[in-house]
Design a protein around this ligand. Sequence first.
Ligand code: DAH
Length: 356
Amino acid sequence: MSDDLEVFRQEVLTELAGAADMRAWDAIRVGTLGKSGRLTTLLKALGKMAPDERKARGAALNRLRDELNRAVEERGKALEAAALEARLIAERVDVTLPPPVEVAGAIHPIARAVEEMTAIFGAMGFSVAEGPDIETDWHNFSALNTPDHHPARTDHDTFYLPPAPGLDVTRVLRTQTSGVQIRTMLGQKPPIRVICPGRTYRADHDATHSPMFHQCEGLVVGQGITLGHLKGCLIEFLRVFFDKPDLPVRFRSSYFPFTEPSMEVDIGWSRRTGEIGGGDDWLEVLGSGMVHPRVLANCGLDPREWQGFAFGMGVERLTMLKNGIPDLRSFYESDIRWLRHYGSDPLAPALLHEGV
Ligand code: DAH
């Protein structure tokens, strides 16, 4: 090989060895073997040479072209492999790490409140029972001792569903979670200790009412269950939920068709400052009572053998009080700023030892 070709060969091989990435490599490839690359130019120049000079030079150039082609290709493969390796290292994901904070969402305050209720009652031995949002009016009313012409039916502003062909029952969007009491007593033998959180519906809409809202029902059935158990259970729940160990709780007699006696439960607060547990005013937070003997009988339980207590609360109402949320409608507006403000950390579940 003539000296000039040897110099050229060394130059290209050194450049290739020094190419740090695919871009540098491609520049060398094009500059050498491309249409107007250095080697291509040398090959083109053969045409102007005398025949015997061309023969020797041509053979040398062809060998050089083969060698450089191979060298370029090999270096390209090596660089490609190195680039892939670097990417694999750079993009490695540790799936055990929490997501970066800026992409994390928040738990909606309603979901959070239900989680907290479940944690608190769970620690008292309750489990969670569920029922359908579309309920028969027997489960929603009749079995709960609310017969056809009972005024409580009209109080509820019920959404009635159109009759379903072939179905001989009246269906409603459940106006209360109390129907899950019936389903639970029909479905399992006492002793029973359940809470039933879920969506409920009434045709009502203003700053304190939404056509869809949430309730959490509670039911305990056993032998020797008394009003004392009901009071102890609800006082404990309210004090833990509001994180106020000395929260004043008052039981006031009331009426519900499915309990006897029935009681409204109030907590102490200040009308002036809104502070829970402070001041001399009372605020109603839930309904409760001893399960009516007729409701037990409707579910096949002998009221002389079994007793129980039940309660029901509005999840929105308790959440508004706990978090100082003024307008019920904001729960359902999906305003991301509101959700960021009132939402909770998805990676921090409701735990009792954190003082839920
Ligand atoms: N279902 C009642 C309502 O929607 C709340 C309620 C009151 C539930 C007393 C109960 C109870 O289980 O015992 O207003």
